[in-house]
Each structure stands twice: as structure tokens, then as C-alpha cells.
Ligand binder design. Sequence first.
Ligand SMILES: [Zn+2]
Length: 389
Amino acid sequence: MTTMYNSLCMKGCIRTLEKCPVCKKTFALSRHPVSKDVIYIHCEICQTHPKFVYIDARDMGAGKIYTDQHGHKFDSFGVAHRQIEAMRRDHDEKKFDPSQWAPGMRKIYSIEESCSQWITFLKATVSYSHFSHCKGPMDNHVKSILAQLKVTDVRDLRTIHVDAVYVALLSGGFEKKTVRNYMQAFHQYCQYWFDRDVLVKMPKFPEVTVPEKFKPWIPVEKQILILGQVPDDYDNRLLIETFFQGGHRPSELIAHRKKDLQEGEMVVHQSFDAKGCLKPPKANRIKRRSVSLSLFSRLLKHCEGKSPEDFIFTRDGGRHYSYDAFYHLWTNAAEAAGVKIPPVAGARRSKVSQVREELEKELKEKLQDVLEHDSDAYKAYARDRSEKI
Ligand SMILES: [Zn+2]
């Protein structure tokens, strides 16, 4: 021990809160004759020493430290002295980080605490959907895997842990796409702490590739052919044209009312089930289908004189289309045009309308982030603006 004294700084000090159990006097701090470092704490008269000591590291910005890094009290002078020497060495090498040593500060960087701090930050700064895509995976999956790996501190995260989380998720029976989303959330958490200099090195994340789902489409030339085969009576043509562009399920398409035409989009409030009864849309989520501006204005014009609750597409005598009616209309026209595609497998839009929908979705998300609102608030904002002009 003594050889270290001349080479290390003498910051920090070992002390005790106790008094001699026999004479009740303060324990004496024996100091090294040269370095003046405290090298022993005892009562010279009674030959007793304290049960516990602590490190006074206030001059290193780490406060008073009562436990080692595992949370154990310093029950011998030797243990405390080894820790203070390690701290001094860090200090001399200019890599002293108080939070690395002080247990109270370590808590901030526990996986639990660091995760909740990051989540709080997200909640205040990003869109709700972004926030929930991060919170769920971390809270419900990644955190428990890290606990199994015995990783308790964000600063300890290394590539090897990232790999282990990845493997655990893959073998957990999740879909590849889900694993990718979870790993993205985990990556953002690490990035957050790396950007704040808490995580010293950003771990490497695997590239998770998910096979793109093939979205079939009908080329515009074929759409024109099919439309040419649709009987011109009732609202047939307009119905099929909207089907091409909107990407609706047939059951949603035929259930549209005038009031669903909003802000250049068709809001899906309900759909018909197989028995012809109205029900809420799939998964109870209100969706918006986009169509081109020219089609939208024709739909508006078509609905002139209708009341908000009236169906947009009607046939003989103003009845709405039944699923069967739509099915026959479609199948007959498609077959006559030489295109064999059943409508039930989902809407078959043109490639152009698919691309447009994706771009609009992207734009909407960007706008939401800018406005820090959810989708409804975004709508309200857009309306407010137009009313002011
Ligand atoms: Zn004593």
C-alpha cells in the first residue's frame, strides 16, 4: 500500500460516523507520516475500531459513499481503502466519473431508471405512436431479457448483450417484423444514452431484414379495360373507380356515407358484415382512405343534394350496394376484361395509388411530429387554418 502514496493524489478520505463503544470518544484517524493519508481508524486507548466506515469523496464530486458498488457497507478499513485508491487512480488518469462510484448516482443509470427517464423524454418530445412503439417493447420484453442477462446498468451494455437480446427475441417465437421493431426501440434507447455520454461506446446492432410483403396491383391499362366492362347504370362506375383508388375492403366501400367525405379523404366508420349488417371497421379502428383530388371532387359533386347520412353509392331506388351486388359487378366486369382477380383477397389498387398512399402516410407522420399532436389534432389544426383564410 505504502508505495502508492507518493504517486496518487490524496483526494477523498475515509471516515466513520461511530464513536468508540468503550470510552465513547471520537475515533482517531491515524495518518501516514508523508502522504497524510488516513491509514487507520481506531481508539488508541481502548484498542477498538469502528464496525463501519465510509468514503468522504466530496472533493471528487461524489459525495459521501457508504457502500461499495454492490451495495455492501464498508465493514473494514481495507475494503474502503481499496476503493478510494481505485477512485484516485481514475481521478489521476482523468477518467473519474462520480456516478461510477456513488451508489445514489449509480441508481440513475440502472436499466429501470434509465429506461423510464428515456420514456419520459420520448413522451414529451415525439408523436404518440412513436412513443408507444418504443415503450411497449422495452417495458414488456427487452428489460426482462436484460435482467436475465444480469445487466443492471445502462453503462454496461455491450454488443454481446445486444446480440443476446436479439437471439432471445428470435427464439421467443416473435415474427421477424416484430423483432425488428423491438430491436429498433432498444437501439433508440442505447442511442439516447450514448448521445448523452453515459454509454461510452455504442453497441453494434444487427441488421434485421424483413421480407417485403408483396402488394398486388392492377395496371392502369387493365383498370380502364375493367371499367369499360362495368354497366353504366346506377353508381357502378364511380364505385369501381373508388375501389381502384381507395384500397378499401369491399365491405367498407359499400358502407360509405356522404359524411365520410372529409378533407380529401374517405373516413371508414363502418362496414357491412356477411349478413348485410353494419358493424364497426376491422379492429375497431377508424381508417382514412385516400383517393385522387379529381375523384374526390367528383364524389363530392355526386353527393350534392344528399344528406350526411345517405350512402354515397346507391343502386335501384337509392338502396346501398350489398356485398353480393358488388361481388357480381366486379367479377363480371373483370372476367369480361380478361382479368381474373377476385376482390375478396383485399383491394387491388393501381401501383400509382399505392405509392401515393405511402407518401401521404409519411407526410402525415412528419406533420404530426412537427405539430406534436395525434392524428385527430392534426386534422383539427388543418381545419382551423383553412377557416381563418
Ligand atoms: Zn476508546
